[in-house]
Design a protein around this ligand. Structure first.
Ligand code: C2O
Length: 594
């Protein structure tokens, strides 16, 4: 539709100069929003060499990735459609454009074929039921305690129940919404373009790469767990979690690897079941790292994703995504790493699409999926219970709705706001499980006097959008070069933004991001210079996926003693992926932490 082809207001931020270019409806998407004409090309004012970055760069005005015109148009359309009753006027926020417009539950009668990564389609649509029940929180009863899967091999009573529950789900007819086959299709339809957004037939519902990631999957597991309990007649039955954040759980849990068990899935990476130590930064190949180093890297990764880089709601939960928005605005920390890496690590690389775990359309066929997500869900609980994290207070998030079939085959409409407290949903996580990453801080690889990036100015990439086919380095200006106080850092986090990452979506993809690193060798995953990764698990959208990556660098700057530097050298190293990846541009911004 016309409105979606209007490019957003583009801000060129970089070490060079800053220009805000406003778009108009006559600009077409083929014209780069970053360099609309030659006269606006920046002039280089920095030089970088071993031992230092010298720069005349202006501090960038920050581009906050507002969707600008495109979004306003869509909101107007939404109101014009007369959906007012649904979206109402409640929850108006300070932003005059931000009319409350949560993504509505899908209309199952509009469900269409989902896209498989290989380009074919698959029918993942659920059975249609006319009556929809609004979810009511259950009466308080005994809590279901979710325990670490690696401990359950030693609990034959529990294990027998779990195996029986999954065996019964497998045995149900494929059109029973409680069957394992249908449960897998839930994920397929919500994640691979099965549902158009209500009111926006050209847009699809997508629950990844955005702030719906945690609540959608919490609800999905809630019903899966209730179905298992119903099938075995034990309402206290709890789904185990794959404790991949602690060394004892950094393997495929033994209970899933017995080929005679209902918990087994034949489409997994055969090299990773022996058991094999998990790589939370996995990017498609097993590298040669000893186990002690790998464990240290994994723990540091957890510390960074959960503690030092989870500085704001946007970084922890993912980017806002409301009715009328294009899918995939940006993933939260844990969704990216290690959630996506673990999908790719688990799936069978011999299958066309890395089935089962390695592609979203098929991931739910493997019982391991639900324990993987149980630990993802546990991270949300740890964030709130242990690390002081809070809920998002935006009504667009709180009022987002999903539909699921419950354990009685009723079709139930749920809202994000009812998912926030696991106790109200009747379950908790075993809190005696050690959390060894809480203090696993990274170390800068270089001593202070060698901390500058060893990239010569001639190696810097200056034109964006750029195709990422090889390693690229770019110099990016910082918004402030005075050392910020801890109060200021508490209020605003410094964030590296990689914008407009565009790719087809059907192939797995990963690139690593380094800041002020050595030009010739990469920092380890437990070192400060490693700023993070972009990682994608194959799932297709109707259009190319275009998303953004935000990485917190406040702590990194302290560790590299770079808080007063005018610019940073950011290096992207492609690790996995076939098709072209386009990078729209970079900026460094101060992002409010609340
Ligand atoms: Cu909906 Cu692990 O993905």
């Amino acid at each position: 539709m016309a409105s979606s082809s209007i490019p957003p207001t583009a801000t060129l931020t970089g070490p060079y100069s800053t220009k805000t270019l406003s778009s108009s409806s006559s600009i077409t998407t083929s014209l780069s929003p970053f360099f609309p004409n030659k006269s606006q090309k920046p002039t280089k004012q920095c030089s970088v060499s071993v031992g230092g970055v010298r720069c005349q760069a202006k501090n960038g005005d920050n581009d906050h990735l507002d969707q600008g015109l495109g979004k306003l148009d869509r909101r107007n359309m939404l109101i014009g459609l007369g959906a007012g009753g649904l979206y109402g006027a409640a929850g108006l926020e300070n932003n005059p454009f931000a009319f409350a417009a949560p993504v509505s539950a899908p209309d199952f009668t509009e469900c269409g074929p989902a896209d498989k990564p290989d380009g074919s389609t698959i029918d993942c649509c659920p059975p249609i039921t006319k009556t929809i029940i609004d979810f009511k929180l259950p009466d308080p009863g005994p809590l279901r305690t979710r325990r670490p899967a690696q401990d359950l091999a030693k609990d034959p009573v529990y294990l027998a129940k779990y195996k029986k529950a999954v065996a019964l789900m497998r045995a149900l007819p494929d059109d029973d919404p409680r069957s394992l086959a249908q449960q897998a299709m839930v994920h397929c339809s919500y994640c691979d373009g099965g549902y158009p957004q209500v009111g926006f037939p050209d847009l699809e519902i997508q629950v990844h790469f955005c702030w719906l990631f945690y609540p959608f999957h919490r609800w999905y597991l809630y019903f899966y767990e209730k179905i298992m309990g119903e099938l075995i007649g034990d309402p206290t039955f709890a789904l185990p979690f794959w404790n991949w954040d602690a060394p004892a759980g950094m393997y495929i849990p033994e209970i899933f690897t017995d080929p005679t068990s209902s918990l087994y899935d034949q489409y997994r990476n055969a090299a990773h079941q022996p058991p094999k130590l998990l790589d939370l930064n996995y990017g498609g190949s097993d590298d040669d790292v000893d186990d002690a180093t790998r464990i240290k890297e994994n723990l540091t990764t957890m510390y960074q994703q959960m503690v030092s880089k989870a500085t704001s709601h946007r970084l922890f939960y993912g980017e806002p995504y409301s009715a009328g928005d294009d899918a995939s605005p940006g993933a939260g920390n844990i969704e990216s790493i290690p959630h996506n890496n673990i999908h790719l690590w688990s799936g069978d690389p011999k299958q066309t699409n890395g089935e089962n775990m390695g592609a979203f359309y098929s991931a739910g066929r493997d019982p391991l999926f639900y324990s993987h997500h149980s630990n993802v869900d546990r991270m949300w609980s740890i964030y709130k219970d242990l690390l002081g994290g809070t809920d998002i207070d935006k009504t667009d998030w709180l009022n987002t709705e999903f539909l699921f079939y419950d354990e009685k085959k009723n079709l139930v409409r749920v809202k994000v706001r009812d998912s926030l407290d696991t106790k109200k949903l009747g379950y908790v996580y075993d809190n005696k499980v050690p959390i060894p990453w809480l203090k696993a801080k990274p170390n800068p690889r270089k001593s202070q006097n060698q901390r500058k990036a060893a990239v010569s100015s001639g190696d810097l990439t200056t034109a964006f959008p750029a195709t990422l086919s090889d390693k690229i380095s770019v110099e990016v200006a910082r918004p402030s070069t005075t050392k910020r106080t801890s109060e200021q850092k508490k209020a605003q986090d410094e964030v590296l933004v990689i914008k407009g990452i565009e790719f087809a979506g059907n192939e797995p993809l990963k690139f690593d991001v380094f800041v002020n690193d050595d030009a010739d060798s990469e920092a380890g995953k437990d070192q400060s210079e490693f700023a993070g990764s972009f990682i994608h698990v194959p799932h297709k959208q109707k259009k190319n996926i275009k998303t953004n990556l935000r990485l917190s660098i406040t702590k990194l700057l302290e560790e590299l003693d770079a808080e007063t530097d005018k610019s940073l050298v950011v290096t992207l190293v492609p690790k996995l992926g076939k098709g072209p990846i386009t990078i729209g541009g970079f900026s460094i911004e101060l992002l409010n932490t609340t």
